[in-house]
Design a protein around this ligand. Structure first.
Ligand code: DGY
Length: 323
């Protein structure tokens, strides 16, 4: 009998097709998340799981899944999985690095530029008919935004995605600062990037982009105190995880003009609603779509399948995260 893999959401067909050649595949077809009780029932006879970042995969799930040997997360981040507990139980955990790096870096830049140049406000102005109503064809002071070219970008978290963001910054003639757990001398040489402490980076940057994983150390790393270090003309972009930023402090900083704007793809809870934040004109918001391109999503599906197939063949999955 072929081992069972349960997939908690419909992923691109290329991945499912590959998996069907090796596994008994069951997919949760609904658009919304699988209710927890049902999830616990579905995992009961599964050897393998494909999970999304919206599922918490913890002790309770492992306790309900006596046959479980591998969890392939359909995301590069895996803060939704208790990897330590999985490792104790001999369960592999894999993620999907590389294949979404460029899509996510592009999206960080989408948010950065859209916020700096007030694209969403301008779009609303045109689309709502307000431009026509005002009857002013062109005005030298209309929708002024912030210069990007030649400015300083500070990237917090300098892994694959952080570095890809930096590569794009080079094309914008920017000074590149970065902060990460370890120095990256190779990349410093390649991109002329300069290492800074988090505090120095926040003080010196015109654009701060967050690209760190969510861990105990990065939870609310951008708090009231640190937001105060930023220039009042600076823009914050978060494509990492919502919980890296203390949202209450961010709203306060934006309302108090301590910060020029924010581009946010991720939120402390998802889905998210925050009237106070959403009322602000100087924020650009997206529903966690950093990796949402056809190419990246298919790449992720293929990598998930490759990890599971390697496991089935008794090999070490290519993108294992257990240590
Ligand atoms: C990830 O992969 O961690 C993204 O946040 C979702 O694609």
């Amino acid at each position: 009998m072929r081992p069972k893999v349960f997939i908690t959401r419909r992923i691109p067909e290329n991945g499912i097709k590959l998996l069907r050649e090796h596994f008994e595949v069951e997919v949760w077809e609904e658009e919304h998340e699988i209710p927890k009780e049902l999830f616990l029932e579905k995992v009961r006879d599964a050897e393998a799981l494909v999970t999304m970042l919206s599922e918490r995969v913890n002790k309770e799930v492992f306790d309900s899944a006596p046959r479980l040997r591998i969890v392939a997360n359909y995301a590069v981040g895996y803060d939704n999985i208790d990897v330590e507990e999985a490792t104790k139980r001999g369960i592999y955990v894999t993620n999907t690095p590389d294949v979404l790096t460029n899509a996510t870096a592009d999206f960080a830049w989408t948010l950065l530029l859209a916020t700096a140049r007030r694209l969403i406000e301008a779009d609303k102005f045109v689309r709502s008919g307000e431009w026509k109503r005002r009857g002013v064809a062109w005005h030298p002071l209309m929708f002024l935004g912030y210069d990007v070219y030649g400015k300083t970008i500070g990237i917090v978290g300098f892994g694959r995605i952080g570095q890809a963001i930096a590569r794009r910054a080079k094309g914008f003639g920017m000074r590149i600062l970065y902060n990460s757990r370890t120095r990256k001398p190779e990349v410093e040489k390649e991109l002329g990037a300069e290492f800074r402490s988090l505090e120095e980076l926040l003080r010196e940057s015109d654009f701060v982009v967050l690209a760190v994983p969510l861990t105990n150390e990065t939870y609310h790393m951008i708090n009231e105190e640190r937001l105060k270090l930023m220039k009042p003309t600076a823009i914050l972009v978060n494509i990492a995880r919502g919980k890296v930023v203390d949202t209450e402090a961010l709203v306060k900083a934006l309302k108090g003009n301590c910060l020029a704007g924010a581009g946010l793809d991720v939120f402390e809870e998802e889905p998210y609603y925050n009237e106070e934040l959403f009322k602000l004109k100087n924020v650009v918001l997206a529903p966690h779509i950093g990796s949402a391109t056809y190419g990246a999503k298919e790449g992720m599906a293929e990598l998930v399948a490759k990890n599971l197939i390697a496991f089935k063949n008794g090999e070490v999955p290519p993108t294992l995260v257990n240590r």
